[in-house]
Design a protein around this ligand. Structure first.
Ligand code: GLN
Length: 273
């Protein structure tokens, strides 16, 4: 079996880029090896691993879970099925957060529902003067995030908490979150590998609801955990911008805003005290 033959076999079942990446992960070869030396033999254990991954990928399992990692903002994060796979649109949240942190001397930041830790870790690395606390309800997510923080050299205080429950009396300059917001029953939950991702990270689970239960809770509790002038920023769904700004305004936040992602879709809302 050669690299070329392995790739050809896989491409009958899965997308070309996925096939190439899985072959690289399984054999340790590079893209250049594939192009320049396609006749390189693939040893049996690597080929078996590759075929097993191709079958699982063909059945819809996301590539990131097969290989155990995904890239976000130029960094590689470990992922497991206990955490959501990083999505590029979450960069909007990071960019806005960094903008709000700009000029603050030693800001305290809180990330709610950190999952693999991409938001907390990116902020800790890109705003080194910040003190970053990150919480998650899922203990497995906290171990994934802790591992990522260690590997990437980020100082993040990771704690187990149901939103603000374990943060009594603590105040921050910035609270960020990528909470669950997909409406329960949205057909999107059955597509694109989402069935393999943790349901509790995707939806509030409220049948017949608007997907905003977690956002409502976060907005209602945030003021008690922000310093004067502090910002709250959170990611949400394509049609939740207006509702999010409404919630913020009614909770006493000023300058409620919504920012689009790179696809031009409403993605992050926020306001300050
Ligand atoms: N944007 C993700 C999706 O629609 C959902 C992420 C989330 O719920 N926080 O696949």
């Amino acid at each position: 079996m050669t690299l070329f033959e392995a790739l050809t076999t896989a491409r009958r079942e899965i997308d070309r880029l996925d096939a190439r990446l899985l072959l690289q992960y399984a054999t340790g070869c590079t893209h250049t090896d594939l192009l320049a030396r396609p006749e390189t033999p693939v040893i049996a254990p690597a080929y078996e691993q590759f075929l097993a991954w191709v079958e699982r990928r063909a059945a819809g399992e996301p590539l990131a879970y097969l290989v155990g990692e995904a890239e976000f903002r130029g960094r590689v994060f470990q992922v497991s099925p206990a955490v959501l796979i990083p999505r590029p649109e979450t960069e909007v949240l990071i960019d806005l957060a960094l903008e709000k942190l700009h000029g603050l001397a030693a800001p305290k930041v809180l990330d709610l529902g950190t999952g693999s830790g991409i938001v907390a870790i990116s902020l800790a690395l890109e705003c080194p003067t910040a003190t970053v606390v990150a919480v998650d309800l899922a203990k497995e997510a906290i171990s994934v995030a802790r591992n990522n923080a260690g590997r990437l050299g980020a100082r993040v205080d990771l704690r187990h908490s149901d939103w603000f429950a374990s943060l009594a009396g603590e105040r921050f300059d910035l609270i960020v979150s990528n909470p669950p917001y997909v409406v329960e029953g949205d057909p999107h939950l059955a597509l694109n590998g989402l069935p393999f991702e943790p349901r509790m990270a995707l939806t509030d689970g409220a049948a017949g609801g608007d997907g905003l239960a977690c956002i409502r809770h976060i907005v209602a509790e945030a003021a008690a955990h922000l310093r004067p002038g502090g910002w709250l920023l959170f990611e949400h769904g394509y049609d939740q911008g207006a509702a999010s700004r409404n919630l913020l305004t009614r909770a006493g936040f000023k300058a409620a805003l919504t920012h689009p992602d790179l696809a031009g879709i409403d993605r992050v809302s926020g306001g300050h005290l």
